[in-house]
Design a binder for this molecule. Structure first.
Ligand code: CA
Ligand code: CA
Length: 116
């Protein structure tokens, strides 16, 4: 039996160390065997107009990143040790925060061909 489950799929945009996955049946987001939550389990279609693109642990803190489909802006959700939502921080393409985010997550979030 596959310990990860037959319906788990990697979020293709995610890079770095921590891998974000989605259950294709329930659309619930996972890191390893832990379902991400915000009161209730988080789903990849939770926020209209936003797509979950990555999860990462930076300096011991867990984060989930959503990208706004129209502008590539990021809403970075700080999660607790059990991947439950705590707070968020949003920033736009071209900002210092965006560059820092790309470097910390090791991701090219705006698709311009570089990280940071
Ligand atoms: Ca990652
Ligand atoms: Ca970039």
């Amino acid at each position: 039996m596959d310990p990860v489950g037959p319906s788990r799929q990697a979020i293709a945009t995610d890079t770095g160390v921590v891998a974000l996955e989605v259950d294709t049946a329930t659309r619930i987001l996972y890191v390893g065997e832990t379902a991400l939550t915000s009161g209730t389990p988080l789903r990849d279609n939770q926020l209209r107009g936003w797509t979950p693109i990555a999860a990462e642990t930076v300096d011991g803190v867990n984060y989930l990143a959503w990208r706004r489909n129209t502008t590539n802006s990021i809403s970075r959700w700080q999660m607790d040790a059990n991947w439950a939502y705590e707070s968020y921080f949003a920033f736009s393409v071209g900002s210092t925060a965006y560059d820092d985010f790309e470097l910390a997550f090791d991701i090219d979030a705006d698709g311009d061909g570089s990280k940071g």
